[in-house]
Structures are given as structure tokens and as C-alpha cells.
Design a protein around this ligand. Structure first.
Ligand code: PLP
Length: 370
């Protein structure tokens, strides 16, 4: 059972579609592209969604290279590995980057935003919605964005592990662009990523960036249901199936399921006395980072012997922290398998908790195997 922060377990019907090849210049494929974009636009409340063949990093770089000019003043907030990677991409774009470096485990506050906007007068702000390296999220993204928007600043969001785990609405809230990947809370196979743009965003045609990161090119081809290159056909079909499932479940129900499952898990670890990374008000619905000290190697390998895979912390947290990805098809039974195994390995007391909101909808129960 994959309980890493992506890729995640996927429904059987999603897996089945992933193995299809097919002609990417056929009407069947065009129909899939139209439908997938239409569903993703609805989920993001956006004007367009470019469908890329590549991982989340491609989506982040496509957003940055296509929507930030060289020498543009950008305030980039970081509180973990993925914030740092966004800064790296901005620097490669030759933007004038002002870094607001928060300690790992924290997120950005309205106060941080005010201070940075006053000090640097940027024309763009970048945020990481859900920092996968530490398991914290901007839970008040709507308010934060509302605040930034008042200053007329462009807002770009990495929501790779946030989308479908936390609410994000581009047109309504005033976010210019946001990205996600297929292998996270959408619960599809890896290989597809998405750049959503709002109606207020300006997507220019560019000849100064690598063609594979040119957002306008993707959108132009998508007008006729195509991709400029040879797309990952199977993962795209799989992502369409995953999006249909998300539509049937309802994105607000999926978000609530993630939150309910995460609450059970967090409170179990807290009652066992573990230190969790991040404050209670910033907790991520999709990723939990737990300090495991010198138990780290043992718990990872003993869970693996039971066919449960969890991830290490990243960078300097690798030796003493683990990360649990509770995304996509997470439910009471999945959490029970994890927690009961952990309790047995660590010699801890455990009793199953059931929450109706951490239950999969009826139509999905035959789509999983635990
Ligand atoms: N941003 C965030 C917040 C992520 O969690 C990840 C991957 O975990 C990425 C970007 C990069 O995505 P990928 O590894 O799919 O390139």
C-alpha cells in the first residue's frame, strides 16, 4: 500500500486506462482532452487548464517561465523544499527574486505578506499551497489571496499536493495561475500535470523560453483537443477517469474526506506522544510529517515488510522524520491498516476510530483492494 506523498493508490478503473496507448491525433483522444480540461476548469474554477505530459515540476516551470518576465520583481515565500525549488526556477527565469524564508514547519501569514509587499513592491507573489516536505498548508489561502489581490499583484500558486486536498478557486479568489500533478490527491497515475489560469491572467506567446514550457502553445493546441507534442496518452486517459471519479464524488466531499482522515491520523500520533511538524492551525489535509528520531529506519523498513510504504523526511529531516501521504483514495480502513501496523511494531496501544467523513463513497468501494 502506497502511503507516500505521491504517487498514491489509484482506483482500478484509473489503472486500467493508464495502459491504453491510442492515437493522439484521433477524435477519441481529442474528446478526452476536451473533457479533461473541462473537468479540471470546474475543479480549479479557472478559465483554462493546460494538460502537460510531465511531472509537477514541469507544471511549476511552465507557469513560471510563461508568466514571469526576466527582471520582474517577485516575492517568493518559502517554508520547505518545494518553496526552495520554486525559487530556483524563478532564478533560472532570471527574475529578480526576493525570498521570504520562513522556518520549515511554518507557513506564510498575512503579516508576512504585508511586510514583504511594503518592502519590495513586487509585481508577482509565489506561494506553495501545501508544503509536502513538512506537511503544512496555507489553510487560509482565500483570505491571504484576497489580501494580496488588493495590491494588484499577480499570484502564482504551487498546489501540486494541495489540489483536491484543500480548496483552491482561481477566478473567484483572484489567483492568476496554479498547478497540480496527476499522482497526488486527484488519484491518477504519475505523468500528467496541470497549469490552471484564471480569466484575469495574461498568457503571452513567447519565443524566449524552452518550447516545452510555453503555456500559450499548450493552450493553442488544446483549442483543437490536441497537445503540441506526443503526450503520455495512457496517463492522460487515466487522469480523465480520475477526474470523472472526482466529479462523481464531488470535490468538496473529497476535501472533507482528506481532512477527516488526516484528523484521525494526527490525533492518534499525538496521543502516542509523537511530535508532529507544524502548528495545529497549519496542518495539511494530505501530508503528515512525524518526528521519529532513531526509530526512523526501523519503522520504514518494518512497515515495508508488511507492504506499507511511507516516505522519509526531506533533506536534513531525512534521518529523524517520516512523511505519510494520505491522498486520493484514503479511507478508514487504509488508516486502520497503517496505524494498527505501526502500533504493533512500536508496541503501542491502538483502537480503530471510524469517521463517516473518512469513508469512500459507495460507488468507489469496489475500485480499491484494501
Ligand atoms: N511541488 C510540490 C508541493 C510537490 O509536492 C511536488 C512533488 O512532490 C512538486 C512540486 C514536484 O512535483 P514532481 O515531483 O511531480 O515533479
Amino acid at each position: 500500500m502506497l502511503l507516500i506523498p505521491g504517487p498514491v493508490e489509484v482506483p482500478h478503473s484509473v489503472m486500467k486506462r493508464a495502459s491504453e496507448i491510442g492515437n493522439h491525433r484521433s477524435n477519441e483522444f481529442r474528446e478526452a482532452v476536451y473533457q479533461l480540461e473541462s473537468l479540471m476548469k470546474e475543479f480549479f474554477d479557472s478559465d483554462r487548464v493546460a494538460i502537460l505530459s510531465g511531472s509537477g515540476t514541469l507544471a511549476v516551470e511552465t507557469m513560471i517561465f510563461s508568466m514571469v518576465e526576466p527582471n520582474e520583481k517577485v516575492v517568493s515565500f518559502t517554508y520547505g523544499e518545494f518553496g526552495n525549488r520554486m525559487i530556483d526556477s524563478l532564478k533560472r527565469r532570471k527574475a529578480k527574486v526576493y525570498v521570504v524564508d520562513k522556518p520549515f514547519g511554518e507557513t506564510v501569514t498575512i503579516n508576512d505578506v504585508d511586510t514583504a509587499l511594503d518592502k519590495y513592491s513586487p509585481s508577482t507573489v509565489t506561494l506553495v499551497h501545501n508544503e509536502t516536505s513538512t506537511g503544512v498548508a496555507i489553510r487560509n489561502l482565500r483570505d491571504l489571496v484576497g489580501h494580496i489581490r488588493k495590491k494588484g499583484v499577480k499570484i502564482l500558486v504551487d498546489s501540486v499536493s494541495g489540489f483536491a486536498g484543500h480548496e483552491i478557486r482561481l477566478n473567484e479568489w483572484g489567483i492568476d495561475a496554479a498547478v497540480t500533478g496527476s499522482q497526488k490527491a486527484l488519484a491518477s497515475v504519475p505523468g500528467i500535470s496541470f497549469v490552471a489560469v484564471s480569466k484575469k491572467a495574461e498568457v503571452k506567446q513567447r519565443d524566449d523560453i524552452p518550447v516545452y514550457t510555453d503555456l500559450s502553445n499548450y493552450l493553442r493546441f488544446q483549442d483543437r483537443g490536441e497537445n503540441p507534442f506526443t503526450p503520455a496518452v495512457g496517463p492522460l486517459f487515466a487522469s480523465l477517469r480520475a477526474a470523472e471519479i472526482l466529479k462523481d464524488e464531488g470535490i468538496e466531499n473529497r476535501i472533507r474526506r482528506h481532512e477527516a482522515c488526516m484528523k484521525i491520523t494526527r490525533s492518534q500520533f499525538k496521543s502516542w506522544g509523537y511530535k508532529l511538524i507544524g502548528d495545529e492551525e497549519d496542518f495539511s489535509n494530505t501530508v503528515l510529517a512525524v518526528e521519529t528520531g532513531n526509530f526512523t529506519d526501523e519503522i520504514i523498513s518494518k512497515l515495508k515488510e508488511r507492504n506499507i510504504e511511507i516516505a522519509r523526511g526531506m533533506r536534513n529531516m531525512a534521518r529523524n522524520t517520516v512523511r505519510l501521504g494520505l491522498m486520493g483514495m484514503v479511507n478508514n480502513d487504509m488508516i486502520d491498516v497503517l496505524l494498527s501496523s505501526w502500533a504493533e511494531i512500536a508496541g503501542l496501544k491502538y483502537e480503530k476510530v471510524h469517521d463517516i467523513y473518512c469513508e469512500l463513497p459507495e460507488f468507489l468501494k469496489s475500485e480499491i483492494s484494501w
